[in-house]
Structures are given as C-alpha cells and as structure tokens.
Design a protein around this ligand. Structure first.
Ligand SMILES: Cc1cc2nc3c(=O)[nH]c(=O)nc-3n(C[C@H](O)[C@H](O)[C@H](O)COP(=O)(O)OP(=O)(O)OC[C@H]3O[C@@H](n4cnc5c(N)ncnc54)[C@H](O)[C@@H]3O)c2cc1C
Length: 394
C-alpha cells in the first residue's frame, strides 16, 4: 500500500497508541484533540497483560512498568459477614503468568504522549471535532480540515462521529487519587460491598513521572440520581458511610476535605455493530464502551490500535485492511462486552438478587477449578486469544 496520510481524532489511550503504531509502519499521522493541553481525566486504571504487551510494541512498556504498581490479585468482601465474594489471582493462570499493573492515568498518558511525539506524530490541540465528511474532519469553529486517506475516530464514548451518545448506566463512581497509606495490600485491588448497592475500592497506582510519592486510586459507587443529594450533604456524613463499610479507609478519607476532591465518572455500555463507517474507522471507547468492572477499556483500546496497524501493514488496499481490522477484533470485543454486561450488576446495581447470586453461587463456584484460572484469564484480557489472531495476521 502507498504511504498513507491518516488523521486521528482524539488524544487518549486509543488515539496515541494508534498514532505511534501507524508511524512505526511509515504512515503520516496527525492527531487532533479538543483540549488546549491534552491530558487525561480521572484517577487510576489497571493495565492487563494483553495491554502491556501492546505497550511493549509501542516502546512504552518499560517506562510504564517503572511508574506503575504490579497487581497480583483482585479481592473483595461483602458486609455484614465479610464473606469473600471476589478473589481473582493472576497466578492462577500459571506460575510465571504476567500480572496486571495499576497506573495513574496521568502516567499512562505521559508515556503514550512521549512515544507518539518521539515517533514523529503531529499533534494539533484545541481542535474540537464535530463531524466527518468526505474523509475531512469538521471542527466546532466551522472550519473543515484537509482530506486524509483515513480518519480514525478515537474520541471516546461520547464521540460525535459515533452517533447519539450512549445512555449512562444507573451507577457511576466517585474517584480520587490519594497518597498511598493504610493497611491495604500493595499488590491488590481491594473492594468492600454492601449487596451491590454500595461499593468502596482501593487500588495501588504507583506514581506520576517525576514524583516520588506512591498513590492510591480510591472509588465509591454512586448512582447518578443520588449525586445531587451527595453533593449537598456534608462531606463528613458521606465519610461516616464509607467508614461504616470499611473502617480501614480512614487514612485515605483524611486526605479528602471537600466534595471537589472527588470526581464523578459516568459509565455507559455500547458496542457499534461495525467499527468501519463510511467516512471513518472507530477505535477504543468510540467503538465499544462499558463499565470498568472487568478493567478492560484501555486494554481494548490498545488491542484495537495494534489490530488496525497490523491490518494496514498486511493488506494490499484500504478496504481490505479495514475489513481485516474488524475481523481481528470483533469476537474478542463481543465476548468481553457480554462478560462485562453480565458481571456489572453483581457489583453495581439495586438488585438484591444479583448480589445474593454473587455471594451464594458465584463465590464458592469461583474457588472450584477450573473457574479460578478461567476468571484470571478473563481479567487478564486473554480469553479469545486476541494477540494470537494478530500474530497470525503478520
Ligand atoms: C472510572 C473509570 C475507571 C476505568 N478503569 C479502567 C481499568 O481499570 N482498566 C481499563 O483498561 N480501562 C478502564 N477504564 C476504561 C478506560 O479508561 C477507557 O476505556 C479508555 O480511556 C478509552 O480510551 P479512548 O482513547 O478510546 O477514549 P478517551 O480516553 O475518552 O479519549 C478520548 C480523547 O478524545 C478527546 N475528545 C473527546 N471529544 C472530542 C471532540 N469532540 N473533539 C476533539 N477531541 C475530543 C478527549 O479530550 C480525549 O483526549 C475506566 C474508565 C473509567 C471512566
């Protein structure tokens, strides 16, 4: 194929990783983002082994491992009896199986941004995209950009290029990045639940580049409809509720002084039937978004980026490459979107039945072989072998 000119709308995980991988195969790449200074919003995420593999190919794996915190286990107990209702160990896939990595979003953004710049990608900030027409981006100021061979939509779950925005799920969560302290397991994501209505979680996320202090992601499940009431209630009343569920969070709560120290994150669940549209191709959350219960979104975005680059590298024309991209990712995405849709109500919903199912059936079942290995494989992003399909495509 000739040297392609590619526009990437969105400077998040998907956009930056696509940009670097496409530059590596010789394409000319320009990224457009609405922010004047592109930066991530939110707290921390878990990078799974499949996502870390893509980061290695991008050349950012070593840098992110230096900043992040290895996660060996996901662990949760339910009130009032402190029954263990979540216990997934990455090592259940095999003794030397790679684990997850808790990272600050800022750290991930930094290493991906530096990799994209080093690869020679151009970045245009302060450019809000509203539409795409004849392989040209249309911006909020009314201007129409230059024509490209391919437009990649990496604008996230509210992408204006992906149709109407998805309806938010009933539950979102409050998030904060705090200094790491307290009696928590430094290599685990830990959660405490009351049924599926209340959830508090703590996860190590390592440090930001240039900083020594290790951080924790702290999160509290909250319904949209309860958000206004939460914001108008004294912060101490909310802290009492958290303490009642997990008293050991006290040293973390001490770092939260006002409601503004927490950011509310909205979740939504949607999968477009086809990532290839008439004027663009979707990657990351603009194609498929879901709640973060399985911790896969960023990893899915990284896998999409690799699949698109591999397809463009190996196919003889653009149409064939886009078809191959969809083929490489479709089943893995369907599998994980379904799994996420099924698991979410067990951890975030008003349903006492889902919570009971989780506590009485899922919990003992998940300790019975081969379930521990299957669950660990699911969390690691490996079910469906997404990387094997891409290796075959080389
Ligand atoms: C609270 C929370 C916790 C999560 N935890 C995990 C986890 O543990 N593991 C995991 O793998 N995933 C997790 N995810 C999911 C993960 O964050 C997303 O799947 C991932 O960030 C998607 O990347 P993206 O590049 O597709 O979109 P985004 O990261 O949303 O990036 C979109 C980019 O487009 C830009 N943009 C948006 N609209 C416009 C516009 N109109 N014009 C120009 N630019 C625009 C934005 O500024 C941004 O830079 C979590 C998500 C949330 C909300």
């Amino acid at each position: 194929m000739k040297r392609l000119d590619i526009a990437i709308a969105g400077c998040g995980v998907a956009g930056l990783s696509v940009a670097t991988l496409l530059r590596q195969m010789g394409a000319n790449v320009v990224i457009f983002d609405k922010l004047e200074t592109p930066q991530p919003l939110g707290s921390g995420i878990i990078l799974q082994p499949v996502g870390l593999h893509v980061l290695d190919l991008i050349g950012a794996g070593t840098a992110i491992r230096e900043l992040g915190a290895p996660i060996m286990r996901l662990f949760g107990k339910a009130a009032p009896n402190q029954n263990v209702v979540l216990d997934v160990r990455y090592a259940d896939r095999g003794r030397n199986a790679p684990c997850g990595l808790g990272v600050h979003r800022g750290a991930l953004f930094q290493v991906l941004y530096e990799a994209a710049l080093a690869s020679g990608a151009e970045i245009e900030s302060g450019r809000e995209v509203v539409d795409v027409r004849d392989r040209r981006l249309v911006f909020a100021d009314g201007s129409v950009g230059a024509a490209f061979d391919l437009i990649v939509d990496a604008l996230g779950m509210r992408s204006p290029l992906a149709g109407a925005p998805p309806k938010p799920l009933t539950f979102g969560a409050l998030w904060a990045s705090l200094d790491w302290t307290g009696p928590f397991d430094g290599a685990a994501l830990e959660q405490r639940y009351r049924q599926a209505r209340k959830m508090v979680g703590v996860m190590p996320i390592g440090r930001l580049k240039g900083k020594d202090r290790k951080q924790a992601a702290f999160f509290w499940s909250l319904k949209h409809t309860d958000r206004a009431a939460w914001a108008s209630t004294p912060i101490e009343a909310w802290k009492d509720e958290v303490r009642a569920l997990w008293p050991e969070t006290e040293p973390l709560l001490a770092q939260i002084h006002t409601h503004d120290d927490l950011v509310f994150a909205t979740y939504a669940h949607r999968t477009l039937a086809d990532p290839v549209a008439r004027d663009c191709v979707h990657v990351g959350d603009s194609w498929h978004c879901t709640s973060p219960q399985l911790g896969q979104g960023a990893n899915m975005a990284l896998l999409d980026a690799l699949a698109l680059a591999r397809a463009l590298e190996t196919q003889s024309n653009l149409d064939a490459a886009l078809g191959e991209y969809a083929r490489l990712r479709l089943w893995h995405i369907r599998l994980y979107q379904t799994a996420s849709w099924m698991f979410t109500p067990a951890y975030q919903s008003d349903s006492a039945a889902f919570a009971a199912l989780r506590d009485w059936i899922m919990s003992p079942l998940s300790r019975t072989p081969p379930a521990p290995a299957v669950l660990a494989g699911l969390v690691a992003g490996e079910i469906g072998s997404p990387l094997r399909a891409m290796r075959r495509a080389r």
